[in-house]
Design a protein around this ligand. Structure first.
Ligand code: GLC
Length: 565
């Protein structure tokens, strides 16, 4: 990889920090995070060194799915504040040199959106075709799988017009009909509205699902149940719509776009993100998240299989050698806490492991997406009781498992590892009541480990996960090689170690990550096949440890970045 050949872009060089507003900081005492809470923490966010902030949906919503069910795309959710709060937040981010990326949720709306209210009122209403309807006189509609329906059925019968409507997610999230040009025009218009306010881009929620198969045919046998996701992402007009969106909206702004891409794999992602296609900039995939996790998030023995993980991440990296650009993430509001899913969240190793995982995210090629709270090494809350969960996904799957007489204990154990609520517990700001998140009753329980794991205590500790994260972000900014450099995997079959080099022109950086509790010693010359005349350690998550060790020696969960000369 040569510096002179790079197509440099701010969204390739930036680090994205994701804020789930509901759980970030509550300024009113109602137990729910809000925009003023984020405004209060702007200096903290800036202090992380991150440059792009992705906000989960903040639009008006009845909150069946925490804001992913939007009832008014041009307004702010009452619980979160007002449009003037938003304007202040946006200005505050921009003043501090940070960009703002909003969530765009347009595969579906809320059933409480005016469009749906109209659409369901009569078959000849002008908004009827804003949604997908199947008339009951045609019999039962062909089977479609739903993520959030208690019966996993994506068609819901609606008596008012004697027809079924389609909802890939909950019954309160009817799918919008992109086949209708009027609907598309409304969406493009709404996107202009936000861009004109000054936002810098969109993260596009399940955007790969927007094109439906004409006439809703039965899907082939191998795409039944949850496997339908891959068919949903193969809608015949998906790329036509995204290109149209590019022409109508995106090309008019210096913006960044990222698809949430269920159903994208290494063989089809370039259709979305290759520059010449003029669709989107980036996509994030689920292939690593699927390792060791089956239907309904049931976990199996591959859950932390490092060899499989390395293969998935390396295959994905290779896709973008010539074209397009990738993304790197461990967690977000839909997955577990980074250290509980991918590392070791035991009290003994949690700190090393969190730092190691931050090292990985910030030393891979592709734009890193970092989820709030992971910078202090927050862990899964691991609820014992189903009553503690708020997420409709866990609750519905629990019901389904119960109805089928399935193994509820196994379900509960798996959801301690995988439920989305693990990542949604409030940010632990300090060791006061409710971790300083709210003066009221938090909407979701605070993780009881907040007395040890919190921002305030880590601020003053030079060796904390938080300060390590800041250092690592800074390093990524200084070393263009970490952003653009070619990636080469070493030791693909090693079950404990993830090692690779990044190379840009003459610059080589070796990344050594020991993902285990075992110590290991490596010979760097043998490992890299390079003539190593000198080495400089750029960062080491044991660096403040009294005992220093040889360069190639790795202690449990040790991470090192070494410049090779
Ligand atoms: C995406 C969101 C998730 C939401 C779903 C339906 O996967 O990330 O939180 O529940 O879409 O909108």
């Amino acid at each position: 990889m040569k510096l002179k050949d790079l197509q440099r872009k701010w969204w390739k060089e930036g680090v994205v920090y994701q804020i789930y507003p509901r759980s970030f900081k509550d300024s009113t005492g109602d137990g729910v995070g809000d925009l003023r809470g984020i405004i209060d923490k702007l200096d903290y966010i800036q202090s992380l060194g991150v440059d792009i902030i992705w906000l989960n949906p903040i639009y008006s919503s009845p909150n069946d799915d925490n804001g992913y069910d939007i009832s008014d795309y041009r307004n702010i959710m009452t619980e979160f504040g007002s449009m003037s709060d938003f304007d202040e937040l946006l200005a505050g981010m921009h003043e501090r040199g940070m960009k703002v990326v909003m969530d765009l949720v347009v595969n579906h709306s809320s059933d409480e959106h005016e469009w749906f209210q109209q659409s369901r009122s009569s078959r000849d209403n002008p908004y009827r075709d804003y949604y997908h309807w199947w008339p009951a006189e045609d019999g039962e509609p062909p089977r479609r799988w739903s993520y959030f329906d208690p019966e996993a059925n994506a068609w819901k019968y609606d008596a008012t017009t004697d027809a079924y409507y389609l909802h890939y997610f909950s019954v309160k999230q009817p799918d919008l009909n992109w086949e209708n040009p009027k609907l598309r025009a409304e969406i493009y218009d709404m996107m202009h509205f936000w861009f004109k306010k000054g936002i810098d881009g969109f993260r596009m929620d399940v955007i790969t699902f927007i094109s439906k198969h004409d006439g809703y045919p039965e899907f082939p046998e191998e795409y039944q149940g949850q496997a339908m996701i891959d068919m949903y992402a193969k809608g015949p007009r998906l790329h036509e719509y995204l290109h149209e969106m590019h022409e109508e909206v995106l090309k008019h702004y210096d913006c960044m776009t990222v698809a949430e891409g269920p159903g994208t794999h290494i063989d089809n992602v370039l259709d979305l993100v290759s520059e010449e296609r003029e669709e989107l900039n980036m996509n994030y995939h689920f292939d690593h998240q699927a390792i060791g996790v089956g239907d309904r998030f049931l976990v199996n023995e591959d859950f932390q299989n490092l060899v499989k993980f390395k293969k998935v991440m390396s295959d994905w990296d290779a896709v973008f050698n010539e074209k397009g650009w990738g993304t790197i993430y461990f967690g977000n509001h839909d997955f577990s806490r980074m250290v509980s899913r991918w590392g070791d969240d035991s009290p003994e190793y949690r700190r090393f492991s969190s730092k190691l995982l931050s090292t990985y995210l910030l030393s891979m090629r592709g734009t890193p997406y970092y989820y709030m709270g992971d910078e202090i090494g927050m862990t899964n809350i691991k609820f014992d009781n189903i009553e503690d969960y708020q997420d409709l996904m866990t609750l519905n799957w629990y019901e389904l498992t119960k109805q089928e007489g399935g193994d509820l204990d196994a379900f509960m154990e798996s959801h301690k590892l995988c439920s989305r609520d693990n990542a949604r517990t409030p940010i632990q700001w300090d060791d006061t009541e409710n971790a300083g998140f709210t003066k009221g009753k938090p909407w979701l329980k605070v993780n009881p480990n907040y007395a040890e794991v919190n921002v305030a205590s880590q601020e003053h500790d030079p060796d904390s996960e938080l300060n390590y994260f800041r250092k690592m972000v800074k390093l990524r900014k200084q070393e263009l090689c970490l952003v653009y450099g070619e990636y080469r995997l070493l030791l693909p079959e090693h079950t404990d170690i993830y090692a690779y080099t990044r190379t840009l022109d003459d610059e080589v950086i070796l990344v050594l990550l020991n993902q285990s509790r075992n110590a290991h010693s490596l010979d760097l010359v043998e490992l890299t096949g390079l003539e190593v005349s000198g080495c400089e350690v750029l960062i080491d998550n044991y660096e403040n440890h009294s005992e220093q060790s040889a360069l190639g020696h790795l202690r449990p969960h040790q991470a090192k970045l070494i410049r090779i000369k």
